[in-house]
Design a protein around this ligand. Structure first.
Ligand code: MG
Ligand code: ZN
Length: 350
């Protein structure tokens, strides 16, 4: 009887629920429900995000604060640890915690980080660095060299080449075999490992002409990472939705949200075709305490009000698509997302 039960369970896991080989984690920094709905309204009633049917919510308190910042928020996703605001890849006792990206590397998966801010900023760096404070950009940049991350695309070139210690980390990266680029003209990069820092500091806003930089970055990262037969883990961040919130500038937040949604659409198309990719879309926290006071789905007009220049403590939606998505329904802690991804990719297992 027990044997039959075991066989049944085995066949369910083999043939019923497919397990993913790849994970694409998309983080819209500062993207609460209001930002999503404002983006949907501005986009005249639709977002790619609506194609996702499994939705949950995460509770996101930091260890030292009801309201999390991006460092503690991303560290929770990356390491499964609830930590203090400002911590990069450290637990609440300031001990380095192993990240999903590092575990994926250990398992032989390809890994990548993509953002529309300094790549040393809190969200991307929490997946690869271990530092006491998020402001330690130069120390964080050095941590990138301690890994074998395959694809890095974002801003913040100055932290790699115009440093107080005089080191040129871009030279070191070249010596390590990276294709190092200072633009997003990456047509010639079709395989191998790449470090594209296309802005000296933070890339500019969509409203100021960033164009499709994020979508281009997302496409290039998937093109390269998907060549690894064992699979990949990539984190793609829509970084500046948060900054629109901090500035209490609805147009800024909305244009960044709609821009982020293009990469969401691309990731969903990729996953639908690939069938072995789990896509997770969430945010670290909401920014601005944004409220929608009116709008028009036909004209795309949005009337928004803000209650703070900082972050808020509201629950944040999680959208999951692909094999393994079902575990993302319900309400759970932000750090549970680490465990769910770890289990989906069977990280830390032989
Ligand atoms: Mg961020
Ligand atoms: Zn913020």
């Amino acid at each position: 009887m027990k044997k039959i039960l075991a066989l049944c369970l085995l066949s369910v896991s083999l043939f019923g629920q497919k397990t993913p080989k790849n994970v694409i984690l998309l983080i819209g920094d500062g993207m609460g429900v209001s930002q999503i709905y404002a983006g949907l309204t501005a986009n005249r009633g639709h977002l790619n995000l609506e194609r996702v049917k499994v939705i949950g919510f995460h509770k996101n308190q930091a260890s030292d604060n009801y309201v999390t910042d991006s460092a503690a928020g991303a560290t929770a996703f990356a390491t499964g640890k609830q930590t203090y605001n400002g911590a990069i890849g450290l637990d609440s006792t300031r001990v380095p915690a192993v990240t999903l990206l590092e575990m994926a590397e250990q398992k032989g998966l390809a890994t990548g980080l993509v953002s529309t801010c300094d790549i040393t900023d809190a969200t991307p760096s929490s997946f690869i660095a271990h530092q006491l404070k998020r402001s330690m950009h130069e120390e964080i940049a050095l941590d990138f060299l301690k890994t074998n991350v395959d694809v890095v695309i974002g801003g913040g070139r100055k932290y790699f080449e115009k440093r107080k210690d005089g080191l040129n980390l871009l030279d070191t990266l070249r010596q390590k075999g990276y294709q190092v680029h200072a633009t997003l003209d990456l047509d010639g990069v079709t395989k191998g490992s790449v470090f594209a820092l296309y802005a000296e500091e933070n890339p500019i806003k969509v409203m100021e002409g960033r164009g499709d930089a994020l979508l281009k970055s997302a496409k290039k990262s998937l093109e390269i990472l998907n060549q690894n037969k064992k699979g990949f883990f990539v984190m793609i961040e829509g970084s500046q939705i948060d900054w629109g919130g901090h500035a209490n500038d609805a147009d800024y937040a909305i244009t960044e949200m709609v821009d982020f949604d293009k990469s969401i659409g691309y990731a969903l198309d990729f996953a639908k075709k690939n069938e072995e990719t789990l896509v997770i879309i969430t945010a670290d926290h909401e920014t601005g305490g944004m409220a929608l006071m009116g709008g028009n789905m036909k004209t795309g007009e949005v009337k928004a009000a803000f209650t703070t220049k900082g972050h808020t403590g509201q629950m944040i939606p999680v959208f999951a698509f692909g094999p393994g998505a079902d575990t993302f329904g319900g309400i759970y802690n932000n750090y549970d997302i680490f465990t769910k991804i770890k289990q989906a990719l069977k990280l830390g297992q032989k």
